[in-house]
Structure formats: structure tokens, C-alpha cells
Design a protein around this ligand. Structure first.
Ligand SMILES: [Zn+2]
Ligand SMILES: [Zn+2]
Length: 502
């Protein structure tokens, strides 16, 4: 295989393997809001490279660092007004919005980790507040305090902006008001491992280097690379801009912490079709759990893994989703992406999602056993009931939330009044089809013969299909006729067509 056809995760794995055999693939998200499928790209990208490295025999570990010690930046639209009091405090120290989690950070982190597991991603999870309290950052904090001037120079050179004379890489948490966005470092003691501060709230005090505050993001990020031995890390393009946090991080890593920065994987955003990039702060996002109600986890992985990280993904939960699921099922896109998308719970099925969408609409009112009957009628073998149940649930949820009206229908219990518009020729066509069905023709055979029927009845083929849908659904169009007719009870169809042709 050449570079062109090789999967991007394998290309990256080979590049980093040239640097050594032991690897840590890191990812991290700030749990400040509902974690949506836009954020998902980071972790799925990390997992794909982790798996590619593992497949090539690397000694590799996947980690996820939750930035639980970051401050709440503002009162997001989804928060009640009382959160004004918490702006500037670390997410791990703010009460949870629903009341049943340990903190604000956990409120968003817990469902996210559950979603990761259903996607077959099992990183070692670290929480920044715990890492700081455990003292994992102490050495990095000491170095940053001592080399404050050198760090400030790197940031102003790379980012092209002068820092305030009292700028400091460490943000103490005020003992009085609990904020870390309003404090300034006034001194420190390397021996005692303490830092003195003054806060905008008027108080002054001393905090420990073990949990009394955190390094500012531009320093925190490179500081954690040697702590975890990170060698590969995906990050969003906002960190990758010229003079951005990866550029400063690279130099801080080498010059301050004497560590080779990780291999960068810059990824583009996931856009919601016609609406723009997904952001939890604006509410323009589909949550992962919502997504997993409409597609199996392996298809969600496939959506991300089949595309190179540097290309944006336009996600369309409408009709295009049917094509995505079907492309995945047919393994006809990228075989390696398909392989990297598998989860332990993946259940392959030969029933196209499009067909399941039709079947659910025919069968749902009569229960799951009837759904199996309908699938058998249309020629599918029932081998994995659980896989069918999962896909049927997905199809049902998709119909409820995202399906365009053009794919929705309902088989009418009684003759639809719309049959009044049938012409004499259309009625004749229905009578012919009823006869053929009675003589044992299958739905598929009828479909293939429809132009013969049309000729016999002196009609255009399209008009015959129209008559079929009008008689059964009261609509001028519907699902592919062959499968559709095969899915229905034959006696019912014969009766209905005879009735409609009178
Ligand atoms: Zn909660
Ligand atoms: Zn304060």
C-alpha cells in the first residue's frame, strides 16, 4: 500500500513508531458543558491512533485528562443565573446543576465517560484537580515559578503579545472567594511548597502547591507532557493557530521542561449541516447519548474515523444518515476505517438501515415479533435478534427526530379516501397486480414486472407505482415497491388492491 491509500491512523502510527516503541496517546476535554459529538472527534481520533499503534506492536497507553480544575468562564445559556457566583472558580469546586453529582465537572464528565465506554474507548481517566492535589504537578510548578521570566519571554515572542509585568504562570485559588481567575502571585517558597497571593476580592493569603491552584493553560499543557510521557496528542485547530498554545507549548516543553513535545494531530470541527460548528456553549450540538439513540456506536466511530482529521466533517442527521449507516454496513468505504470502528459490542447486520426504517413503519404498532415476521417476508434471515432490536430502536428514534417527511408513511387500515383520484387505467393495473400476487408472484417479481403491467394497463410505470402507494398509504410515493410489497401480508394486499380497483 502506498501513502495515498494507507489509513491516516496507520500513517501517524508509523511516523511516531520511528521515534520509539513506548507511547502515550493523550486527549483531554474541559467538562464545562454537555460533551457533544463535536468534542467526540478528539477522543475517537486518539483511540484510532492508539489502536493503530497497538496493532503494530507498540507498548502504548491511552489517557484522558479531564480539565476539572479549569475555571468556569461564564454563565452559559444552559445555566441558571445563580452560577454568576461561581464564575472564576474551578469546575471541580462548583455545585452540580442537577444536584446528584459530586461537582459541576462530574455532572458533565460522568455521562461522557459512559458514552466513551459504549464507543469502545477505555482510556485511563485522570482529573486535573486530583492530579494537582496529589502533587503530580509540584515539580513542574516549581520550575515554572523559578523560570517565570523565560516562560514569559517565550509566550511574548511566540504569541506576539507583551504580558503584564505581574503575569505569573500559576493561578492560586483564593482562600476567601474560591476564584482562581482573580488572584495574583506575590511570592513563593520552594522549600515549603507554598505560594502567596493577593485577590481582587481584597484578601491575601498563602496556598499549597498541592491543590492550591493551577498552572495557566499555556504552561499546564506542556507541563503535563513529561508527567505522563505523552508522545501523541490530537487537539482542535483553535490550539494550532500560529502563536497558539501548541506553538508556545512546544517551546516551553523543550526549553523549560527539557521534553520533546508530542506528535501533534490537529483536527477540524464537526459541523451540523447548514448550522455551523457544534458548540455546547451555544446549544448548537447533538449530544453523544442522543446520537447513540439513532446510530450504533460503531457507526458513530466510523463517521469520524473514515475522514482525515484535518478535514472538517459535515454531519447531516437527516437522509444522509441512512447513507452513512448503509455505507458502514456494506464495508464499502474504507475497510481499515471499518476495522478501526469496531467495538466489542458491534453486531454486524445484513439488513440495510433504509429497509429497517421501512420495516419499523410497517410493523411497529403490532410489536417486535411482528417486526421479525415482516423481515422474514422480505427475505431476511433472523439470526441475531439483539442486533435487530438495536437497529429497530435506532430507526424508530431517527424517524421521530430527524427523518424528513418524505420517508414517513403509515399503512392504512382501511381503504384511503385518496383512491378517489385513481384513474380507470390505474385501477386496472391494481387488479392485474392483485391477480399476480394471488398466483404466487413475489413483491420483487412484481417490481420487476411493473413496466409490463403498465403496458398492459396502458399507463406509464410511474403511474402504476403511484396507484400502489395511494391504495396502501394514501400517498403518491413510498418506499421501494418490491421490498415494500414483500413485507406486507399478501392476503391484505390482494384484498386492498381488489377493493381499490372496484
Ligand atoms: Zn448533576
Ligand atoms: Zn478572592
Amino acid at each position: 500500500m502506498n501513502e495515498e491509500t494507507k489509513h491516516w491512523a496507520d500513517v501517524i502510527a508509523e511516523n511516531v513508531l520511528a521515534r520509539g516503541k513506548k507511547h502515550t496517546v493523550a486527549s483531554g476535554i474541559t467538562p464545562s458543558g454537555a460533551i457533544h459529538i463535536g468534542n467526540m472527534r478528539e477522543v475517537v481520533t486518539a483511540d484510532a491512533v492508539y489502536r493503530a499503534l497497538r496493532d503494530k506492536g507498540a507498548d502504548v497507553r491511552l489517557i484522558y485528562i479531564a480539565d476539572t480544575f479549569d475555571p468556569l468562564r461564564k454563565v452559559y445559556p444552559f445555566l441558571p443565573k445563580v452560577y454568576e457566583n461561581h464564575v472564576g472558580k474551578p469546575l471541580s469546586e462548583i455545585p452540580c446543576p442537577c444536584g446528584s453529582h459530586k461537582s459541576y465537572a462530574e455532572h458533565f464528565l460522568v455521562p461522557f465517560i459512559e458514552a466513551l465506554h459504549s464507543l469502545g474507548i477505555k482510556p485511563d481517566v485522570y482529573r486535573a484537580d486530583e492530579l494537582y492535589r496529589q502533587g503530580r504537578y509540584v515539580e513542574a510548578i516549581k520550575i515554572a515559578l523559578i523560570k517565570r521570566d523565560a516562560i514569559a519571554r517565550i509566550i511574548s515572542e511566540v504569541a506576539g503579545r507583551e504580558l503584564e509585568p505581574d503575569w505569573n504562570p500559576f493561578n492560586p485559588i483564593c482562600n476567601e472567594c474560591g476564584r482562581l481567575s482573580t488572584t495574583k502571585v506575590t511570592g513563593f517558597d520552594i522549600e515549603k511548597e507554598t505560594i502567596d497571593y493577593a485577590c481582587a476580592c481584597g484578601s491575601q493569603g498563602t496556598v499549597s502547591m498541592r491543590g492550591g491552584g493551577k498552572l495557566t493553560w499555556r504552561v499546564d499543557w506542556p507541563a503535563r507532557w513529561p508527567i505522563f510521557g505523552t508522545t501523541v496528542e490530537p487537539f482542535g485547530k483553535d490550539h494550532a493557530t500560529a502563536g497558539g498554545s501548541y506553538d508556545t507549548g512546544k517551546r516551553i516543553s523543550k526549553e523549560i521542561y527539557d521534553y520533546d513535545p508530542p506528535y501533534p494531530i490537529v483536527y477540524e470541527w464537526i459541523m451540523l449541516k447548514g448550522r455551523g460548528a457544534m458548540h455546547s456553549s451555544t446549544g448548537l450540538a447533538i449530544s453523544i447519548s442522543e446520537m447513540l439513540e439513532i446510530v450504533p456506536p460503531e457507526v458513530l466511530r466510523y463517521l469520524i474515523i473514515r475522514q482525515k482529521p484535518e478535514k472538517h466533517i459535515e454531519f447531516d442527521p437527516g437522509l444522509a444518515l441512512l447513507n452513512l449507516v448503509d455505507e458502514y454496513d456494506r464495508v464499502e468505504g474504507d475497510r481499515r476505517a471499518y476495522q478501526l470502528s469496531q467495538t466489542e459490542a458491534s453486531r454486524p447486520t445484513d439488513i440495510p438501515f433504509r429497509h429497517m426504517v421501512t420495516t419499523v413503519q410497517i410493523a411497529d404498532e403490532k410489536g417486535f415479533d411482528y417486526l421479525l415476521t415482516v423481515l422474514r417476508r422480505s427475505g431476511y434471515e433472523i439470526s441475531d435478534i439483539e442486533a435487530i432490536r438495536q437497529r429497530a430502536d435506532n430507526a424508530r428514534n431517527w424517524l421521530l427526530r430527524y427523518a424528513p417527511p418524505s420517508v414517513k408513511f403509515r399503512v392504512q387500515e382501511t381503504l384511503p379516501p385518496q383512491v378517489k383520484s385513481l384513474t380507470k387505467e390505474q385501477k386496472h393495473a391494481l387488479a392485474i397486480i392483485a391477480d399476480e400476487l394471488e398466483q404466487g408472484m413475489t413483491g420483487q417479481e412484481i417490481h420487476e414486472n411493473i413496466y409490463k403491467v403498465a403496458q398492459e394497463a396502458g399507463l406509464d410505470g410511474k403511474k402504476v407505482f403511484e396507484a400502489v402507494y395511494l391504495a396502501l398509504l394514501g400517498l403518491k410515493s413510498g418506499p421501494r415497491a418490491g421490498h415494500f410489497l414483500a413485507s406486507l401480508d399478501r392476503d391484505f394486499v390482494v384484498r386492498r388492491f381488489k377493493e381499490a380497483s372496484e
